[in-house]
Design a protein around this ligand. Structure first.
Ligand code: FES
Length: 161
């Protein structure tokens, strides 16, 4: 958490003259109830249904991965939590409609299919997700993602040069 905060703080030190970026939401608290064991299909309960709300993400460990789960007006979606730039925690990003903006340097993603809007051709892995018995469950990987990392920042510096 401290590392995440420091990286976010150090990533945007020179925004003078640019409109201030809205702050990302603080991560949500852990689920308030004991989650059920994984089901027979390999789905893992990540939160009570009521804890996954429009406009906020929920980060959860799913096997070896950390997944960010989003509820939008179009449904539930789950993608890898690691940004394709420098592994920023997308589950702590700003959410607007189906788009999440990374809290580190503002790369944007469509949570419906994992596509990176800041670097065309790159994609986050996506996961099956469903609601059942009052919980949100994340299942197997649905689509693969891009392994490549890195690239220029989208932090407003380019516009001032
Ligand atoms: S780590 Fe996500 S935009 Fe840099």
């Amino acid at each position: 958490m401290v590392r995440s905060f420091l990286k976010r703080l150090l990533s945007k030190p020179f925004r003078m003259g640019a409109a201030p970026a809205p702050e990302a939401e603080a991560p949500l608290a852990p689920p308030s109830v004991v989650l059920p064991a994984p089901d027979a299909d390999g789905y893992i309960a990540v939160a009570p249904e009521g804890d996954v709300v429009v406009g906020r993400a929920r980060q959860s460990a799913v096997g070896p991965n950390t997944v960010a789960v989003f509820r939008t007006e179009e449904g539930l979606f789950a993608v890898d939590n690691a940004c394709l730039h420098e592994d920023g925690p997308l589950g702590e990003g700003r959410v607007a409609g189906n788009i999440v903006t990374c809290p580190y340097h503002d790369w944007r993603y469509d949570v419906r299919d994992g596509s990176c809007l800041s670097r065309k051709g790159r994609k986050l892995a996506t996961y099956e997700v469903r609601e059942r018995d009052g919980f949100v469950w994340v299942g197997p990987r649905k689509t693969g993602g891009t392994d490549a990392r890195g690239g220029e920042h989208d932090d407003g510096l380019a516009q001032r040069r």
